[in-house]
Design a binder for this molecule. Structure first.
Ligand SMILES: [Zn+2]
Length: 236
């Protein structure tokens, strides 16, 4: 699925006409590219952000997110802000970084130090989400895992729902400041965690599994996360 980024854009634009669905392309100031941004659901409902494709060589998330919307599987109790592919040039090249060789998932500090991160942060400046998810592959792994920031109960619920037939690692709960120092920059999820978002997660599909199993797993993981208690205030 999706030979190129323009295939992906065309596939998302073909959803125009779906109820409560809007797709637009957000300009990346300083770079000749745009990012797809999708609004889905009743805008009065509590909002969830789901982003993916920041690493161009990790295709599970972009495929899984597309299928979740195509199949109308996302829980209608929530509204959604979706970033279907945050790294178009890396997607086309099959590279982790963008066409300038930058790992975008280290550029979300100080309002964004890459055109892509700046565009995403500008477009979400005042947004509050009950849950923010970023979907990845870990190319070396045989099991699913998740980094969780803030309230972790939803992540435990998600992993418990998945653990029947697949290796599922426990939820990782990194210290944001230590992670920032180790990465040398803010990831997408860290930027949201630092804004005090209640629940932030980075989901990692096991890259060693065949693609269809990885996609199925990420689809299940997102849907399981949506069944968790997301509307109660997190414990202090
Ligand atoms: Zn990644």
């Amino acid at each position: 699925m999706f030979g190129t980024y323009s295939d992906l854009v065309a596939a998302w634009k073909a959803f125009r006409g779906k109820e409560n669905f809007a797709v637009r392309e957000v300009a990346c100031v300083g770079a000749p590219r745009t990012l797809l941004c999708v609004e889905l659901g009743d805008y009065r409902a509590p909002a969830i952000a789901i982003a993916t494709g920041i690493h161009g060589d990790e295709r599970t998330g972009p495929i899984a997110l597309y299928e979740l919307v195509r199949d109308s599987l996302l829980d209608p109790r929530y509204s959604y802000r979706l970033w279907p592919c945050m790294n178009p040039t890396g997607f086309d090249r099959g590279t982790r970084g963008n066409s300038e060789g930058i790992d975008l998932n280290r550029t979300f500090g100080r309002g964004g130090s890459s055109p892509e991160a700046k565009a995403i942060l500008t477009a979400t400046r005042d947004h509050r989400y009950v849950l923010s998810l970023d979907l990845h592959d870990d190319l070396d792994e045989e099991g699913f895992y998740c980094y969780s920031y803030g309230d972790h109960a939803w992540a435990e619920t998600m992993c418990a729902a998945l653990s029947s037939d697949l290796a599922v690692d426990p939820v990782h709960t990194p210290d944001p400041e230590q992670e920032r120092r180790e990465l040398g920059g803010l990831s997408y999820s860290l930027a949201f965690a630092r804004r005090g978002m209640a629940r932030v997660g980075t989901l990692e599909a096991p890259g060693r599994l065949p693609e269809n199993r990885r996609v199925a797993l990420i689809r299940s993981a997102v849907l399981a996360a949506l069944t968790a208690k997301l509307l109660t205030p997190p414990p202090l």
